[in-house]
Design a binder for this molecule. Structure first.
Ligand code: ADP
Ligand code: MG
Length: 724
């Protein structure tokens, strides 16, 4: 189709689309966890002793008793077959942010040619998907390319029903032949174990006797954009890179704030309900939905769950959003910055730590006793974020999230902690050692019996902080919309585990010297604030002053791009942290650096190639067409004595030449192959290629403002954002 024909067609299709009303809403109980092999379903169909043994494994994380695997597998198979499943899949989470699965049939051919459905314990607990093409950062050479999946008993199996059939899905870890983690789940489970160990020590020192297993929880708020697929299909950049590489901002953007929390468009609401039904059936507690700030942008948040299950559910949520969008004629964009000039999408990761006996350890609680405990855990986090700020930046570093961080809509690339004014005041008093309790209007002594109650409301919200305390949890706001939440959770769990271990050792040493517990706690907290208080910041994180103060006065790192941030995975102290906590070996950590760096380079390379090809084959021809239309019209008018101002022709011709000169520069720059190392390669893309892409875009977008709309081939911002 030439000119704007595809756009006209798209608008015709969209405006004539029949919105199918949501088929009668079902009762929640009817849908809830219908497709999950839940504990209660297991209890129904497993012998008592088998169920008990399995339940123990789930609760304590102890290894599964292999002698029960066959019984469990048979029960799981029978349940899956009753849901019409013919296949099963070990689902795993490679170092890309995606979900991977390999399907195998239950079919087993017998000697007499008949078939039966077979699913033995050994294939339930272990699979060998090969998967040698997944990025592994050098852990596996091809000759030992075997990778194994192993059932994660703590995350329930489920059936995935699509139009193409039903599959039993088993969440698994993915490890190499030599036992190294090739995935995102293994370190998450390990980080939780490390956290359990250190937190337990601290709780014991505080006098607790009965301590249930401690684990982290996560509630991840997912932002996303919906664009009608009729438009998306005419935008190679959206299809291949997930973001617009060109596009002039529409005259109206988000400045009226009229989209935020506005009425959800009918078609989108039907989509959302379909998404939620799928989520409920899979036992994912979808809880909140609303329009977000930018036009065409929405948010979905579930109720929080244990970090491991929440992570699996988050991956499923992204899959469901994408799949359901297709069904409803949308493209769902999880990219952090699909459109220039309006807000991008994040994924706030709400995180807390707790157990069944002591409850939420980040809840200030109602009693002085729990307060001391709370201050220690909170202090541990302050220490961790300060010591490992660059790591916290690295775990949210991707090519796409770089567009968002520091772009005055999302937190800056400087890691700081927001506590709210009251809590900040408490910690400031701890730091100075002059504990008077100004804002609390009470005299304050830190100690397990004497501390006054800290108000639960942290005071005002601060949207400019990357890491904010929100009453009974921390909210890591720098996480990108398309990211797996596993990496950020691993980092938070591990730095907390490390700090708690440090605290436990300090407290123990003090107690051994005969210091009173209250005094010891106060001393440890004071030391934390003296050394690490610089990371606490309650002001405007977007401001120039903060950027200056953070770096120059407080010594915090400002790592604006992934190329700056990822190398911190190679810092000695980061390596030691992960090794000491038993979360990642140096080899595993290095492999992550390699994989993420490679992904960064590859994503920018794809984008740069797209910029060149779209500019050359789509935008340049449109501009030339317009030029020729203009010149011939002006010539004809000239023939009958009418003279038009020809400066428009010159202006457009100049823009076209500038555009093509920049395209040429970019193409040449992409030829470079000799790089010192991976870090050099990343820097080249961040500092040379990306600015060149922006230059091409500048002229292309200027042309969009000049060329006859009838000749413009790419769906515009206005169309993509406002027509639904
Ligand atoms: P807001 O939009 O104001 O940030 P929401 O009420 O939407 O807050 O909640 C954000 C997320 O935080 C939800 O997923 C919620 O379940 C989760 N959350 C609430 N309490 C906790 C907690 N203690 N630990 C982890 N996540 C939590
Ligand atoms: Mg939030």
């Amino acid at each position: 189709m030439s000119g704007n024909q595809s756009r006209v067609q798209a608008i015709y299709q969209i405006t004539n689309r029949e919105i199918k009303p949501f088929n009668s809403p079902k009762r929640l109980e009817e849908m809830w966890a219908k497709d999950v092999f839940t504990l209660s379903k297991m209890q129904e169909c497993l012998p008592k002793d088998v169920f008990k043994s399995l339940q123990k494994t789930i609760k304590t994380g102890e290894p599964l008793d292999l002698s029960i695997a066959d019984v469990v597998a048979t029960a799981m198979r029978d349940w899956a077959i009753s849901k019409k499943a013919l296949y099963y899949a070990h689902v795993f989470y490679p170092l890309t942010n995606s979900t991977a699965e390999k399907h195998d049939g239950f079919v087993s051919v017998q000697g007499d040619g008949s078939v039966i459905s077979e699913f033995a314990g050994k294939v339930l607990v272990k699979g060998e998907p090969d998967g040698s093409s997944f990025p592994n950062g050098g852990i596996r050479s091809t000759f030992e390319a075997r990778g194994y999946t192993a059932w994660d008993v703590t995350s329930p199996a489920y059936v995935m029903e699509t139009d193409n059939g039903v599959t039993l899905c088993i969440p698994t870890v993915f490890v190499s032949w030599t036992g190294e983690a090739l995935d995102k789940k293994t370190p998450l489970l390990r980080s939780n174990a490390a956290l359990n160990k250190s937190a337990r020590k601290v709780l014991q020192l505080l006098g607790h006797k009965d301590i249930a297993p401690i684990s982290s929880s996560c509630g991840a708020e997912q932002e996303y954009f919906l664009v009608d697929s009729n438009f998306a299909h005419s935008r190679p950049d959206l299809l291949l890179a997930g973001r617009t590489l060109f596009g002039r901002p529409s005259a109206k953007g988000q400045e009226f704030d009229d989209h935020y929390f506005g009425a959800i468009p009918e078609r989108v609401q039907v989509f959302m309900q379909d998404v939620e039904e799928s989520m409920y059936r899979l036992g994912i507690p979808a809880k909140t939905r609303h329009n977000e700030v930018a036009p065409g942008q929405f948010e979905l948040a579930p109720f929080f769950e244990s970090a491991n299950v929440a992570t699996d559910h988050q991956q499923l949520t992204m899959t469901i959003l994408r799949k359901m969008a297709k069904k409803h004629g949308f493209l769902c964009l999880l990219h952090e910055k699909p459109f220039a000039g309006i807000n991008g999408s994040g994924k706030h990761v709400n995180w807390s730590v707790g157990n069944a006996t002591q409850g939420n350890l980040l809840d200030p609680g109602d009693t002085p006793h729990s307060n001391a405990q709370f201050l220690l855990f909170c202090g541990a986090i302050i220490r961790g974020v300060h010591k490992f700020g660059p790591l916290m930046r690295a775990v949210v570093a991707t090519a796409s999230n770089d567009h968002r961080l520091g772009a005055n809509e999302a937190p800056p690339a400087i890691m700081s902690v927001y506590l709210g004014s009251q809590l900040e005041d408490v910690f400031e008093q701890i730091r100075t050692g002059e504990i008077k309790g100004s804002q609390l209007a009470q005299t304050m002594n830190i100690g397990i019996d004497t501390l006054p109650v800290i108000p639960k409301d942290p005071g005002d919200r601060n949207r400019t902080s990357p890491f904010a305390f929100t009453g009974n949890r921390f909210e890591f706001r720098a996480v990108g919309a398309s990211q797996s939440v596993a990496g950020p959770l691993v980092a938070m769990n591990t730095i907390l585990a490390d700090s708690l271990q440090w605290i436990a050792e300090k407290l123990e040493a003090e107690l051994n010297q005969g210091v009173e517990l209250n005094d010891a706690i106060q001393k440890v907290l004071q030391e934390i604030m003296e050394k690490h208080g610089a990371v606490v910041f309650g002001g405007n994180g977007y401001s120039e002053e903060w950027h200056k103060m953070a770096v120059e006065e407080r010594g915090l790192a400002n790592l604006p791009t992934t190329a700056d941030a990822l190398p911190s995975l190679r810092y000695k102290e980061v390596e030691e942290l992960f090794e000491k906590m038993g979360v990642l070996s140096p080899v595993e950590l290095e492999s992550r650096f390699e994989v993420y760096a490679e992904q960064y380079i590859l994503s920018l390379e794809v984008e740069a190639k797209l910029v060149v090809s779209i500019a050359k084959t789509t935008i340049y021809p449109a501009a030339i067409n317009y030029l020729s239309k203009l010149t011939s019209t002006m010539a004809s008018l000239n023939n009958i004595g009418i003279k038009l101002d020809t400066s428009a022709i010159e202006k457009i011709a100049t823009l076209v030449n500038q555009l093509m000169a920049e395209v040429e520069k970019l193409s040449e720059a992409l030829e470079k192959e000799d790089f010192v190392d991976t870090e050099d390669h990343m820097k080249y893309f961040a500092q040379t290629i990306l600015p060149m892409m922006n230059e091409v875009r500048k002229y292309a977008d200027a042309l969009e403002g000049e060329v006859d709309d009838e000749l413009w081939p790419l769906p515009t911002y206005q169309e993509m954002l406002f027509i639904k």
